[in-house]
Structures are given as C-alpha cells and as structure tokens.
Design a protein around this ligand. Sequence first.
Ligand SMILES: NC(=O)C1=CN([C@@H]2O[C@H](COP(=O)(O)OP(=O)(O)OC[C@H]3O[C@@H](n4cnc5c(N)ncnc54)[C@H](O)[C@@H]3O)[C@@H](O)[C@H]2O)[C@@H](O)CC1
Ligand SMILES: Nc1ncnc2c1ncn2[C@@H]1O[C@H](COP(=O)(O)OP(=O)(O)O)[C@@H](O)[C@H]1O
Ligand SMILES: [Mg+2]
Length: 284
Amino acid sequence: MQELTADILSRVITPRKSHSHKGDYGRLLLIGGNENYGGAIIMATEGAINAGAGLTAVATHLINLTALHSRDPEAMFIDWRDQHLPELIRKMDVIVCGPGLGVNLQAKKVMNILATNVTEKQTVVLDASALDLISQDHQLIPAKGKLVLTPHQMEWQRLSGLRIPFQTDGANLAAFKDLLLGREAILVLKSNQTRIYDLFGHQAINPIGNPGMAIGGSGDTLAGIIGAFIAQFDYSFDTISAAVYLHSLAGDIVYKDNYVVKPTALSKRLPELMKKYCAKERKM
Ligand SMILES: NC(=O)C1=CN([C@@H]2O[C@H](COP(=O)(O)OP(=O)(O)OC[C@H]3O[C@@H](n4cnc5c(N)ncnc54)[C@H](O)[C@@H]3O)[C@@H](O)[C@H]2O)[C@@H](O)CC1
Ligand SMILES: Nc1ncnc2c1ncn2[C@@H]1O[C@H](COP(=O)(O)OP(=O)(O)O)[C@@H](O)[C@H]1O
Ligand SMILES: [Mg+2]
C-alpha cells in the first residue's frame, strides 16, 4: 500500500496558464442540502471554490438560497425541483451528489434524475446520503460516466455489507468490484487513515490528518475538494489522492493552533497551499 506524501500535490497541481479562462478549470455541480442539512452543501461548496473549480453551481432546496449566496457569492444556484435540472446536469464536467441530500422521496427523485442524465464523459462523486440511497437501491447508481465513492466506514458498512472490523484491503476491494464491476471507479474509504482504491490495483493510504477533523462537515468539504480537483486536473487515481492529501494537510495546519478544525477554516487554507505546492511555484 502506497503512503501518500506531499509529492502527490506537486505532481497533480499544475500552474495556471495566462491564456486561460474559467471554462478551462471545469464546470462543477454540487447536489445536496435539504431543509435540515443546508450547512453540508455550503461546506462542500466552500471546499470546491477554495480548491479552484472554474465554475461551481449548486442544486439544493430553495430554503438554502440566501445562506448559500451570502457565504459563497461565487456559486450559482438552482432549485433542485427546477425542470431545467436534467439539462444543467448534462452540461457539467463533474457532479458531486450527496452532502446533506437526505434520503426522503425528493432526494430519491433527484438521484434518479442524476442517474439517468449522466453521460460517458462526466464524473460523478457520490458522498453521504447518496451512498445510503444507492445502498438501498443499486438502480440509483448513474448508468454512465466515471464514479468516485467517498464513504466513511459506517456508510461503507451499509453499502458493502462489511462490518467495520472486517473492512480489510482484500475484503474492501472484493466488495467494490462486486458493486461496480466493469466501471471506471475509485473508492475513497474515509477514516483516521483514509484508504483509496481503484479497480486496476492502485491502492494508497493517507497518513496525515488529525482528530480535530472529527467534526460534522469535514467529509462534505472533502467531497467539494475532490470535485474541484477532477474538474481542473482530470479524473485519475493521483488527482483524487492529491485532493485527499490536501484536505488533511490543510486540516493539520489549522490543528497546530486549534483544538478543533472547523471545516470552513480548513477550506480557507486551500488556495495558499495549492499555490505553495503547485509544480512550477515549488521550483522557483
Ligand atoms: N451541517 C450539516 O448540515 C451536516 C450534515 N451532514 C449530513 O448528514 C447526513 C447523514 O450523515 P452522517 O455521516 O452524519 O450520518 P451516518 O449515520 O451516515 O454516519 C455517522 C455515524 O457513523 C459512525 N461512524 C463509524 N465510523 C465512522 C467514521 N470513520 N467516520 C464517520 N462516522 C463513523 C459514527 O457513529 C457516526 O455517528 C448526510 O447527508 C450528511 O451529509 C453531516 O455531513 C454533518 C454536517
Ligand atoms: N481522527 C481523525 N483523523 C484524521 N482524519 C479524520 C479523523 N476523523 C475524521 N477525519 C476526516 O474527516 C472526514 C470526515 O468525513 P465524514 O465522516 O463524511 O464527515 P461529514 O459527513 O460530517 O462531513 C474524512 O475525510 C476523515 O478522513
Ligand atoms: Mg460524510
């Protein structure tokens, strides 16, 4: 099992070209945030924007509009009941679905719209409630496109049937293969030592991060960061590993002087860290 180091950041984070525009850094749609969990989708949005997504749109419950825009004016908004949602989904490069989505009928409708509109070229990151919904109904797994699954150990237990003490590398990989046979997919199994697997034999473990990050919203933020990284640097095992590593590195910096790592504080550290570890900047 490969241990991630800071080298992964310099390999993935490339300098921006002068001759470029927002369209070159990816169109990202985040879906989630019901009446009770609006904070989850806002934290995912802060992760995504601070990690550099070119354009970020958010499909959420209408009740979250003012809070979202007052925190993150960079994000565009769509009511998730809007009839234009399928069209918007098809225009995106990357879709992150699940933070604060919930599991009620409306959440299932949204997942169904996603599952039937994703195209081959797109990547879908499934997190949180979206993972619980696909545990209940595998038909809700998007039929096309590349997939990234980001369960914590309890979500993985529900999805794979593997109880937490039995989540060994061999068992995880076998369960992941069973679930997504023949698909291009990456599993990010979150814990105090997050493990990343693909179906081609790549495996990595993240040795950094800290218990200050054990707070609601840490994973929502990571989902946004992963979405932004794929939007800018393309889908690969390294891109997703770099996003996981950066999330923990930012968390460790906040943790140096703070007992808890507020996810919004973690997100604020991302732009400076990306600048610091960007390949060319490092050589200068
Ligand atoms: N501010 C907000 O609006 C927040 C909303 N959230 C949303 O709440 C919904 C339910 O998600 P939850 O994850 O809270 O609930 P879950 O019931 O899916 O899982 C949480 C429980 O799993 C157990 N667990 C075991 N191993 C774990 C591990 N390695 N990491 C995390 N938990 C582990 C813990 O007992 C924990 O209480 C999701 O839609 C989620 O996005 C959460 O993200 C928290 C913040
Ligand atoms: N003790 C810990 N050490 C290192 N990282 C942690 C620790 N506890 C939580 N994390 C990280 O915080 C995130 C928690 O994700 P998740 O449980 O999905 O949170 P939420 O759904 O509340 O946003 C994961 O990335 C996990 O690796
Ligand atoms: Mg979570």
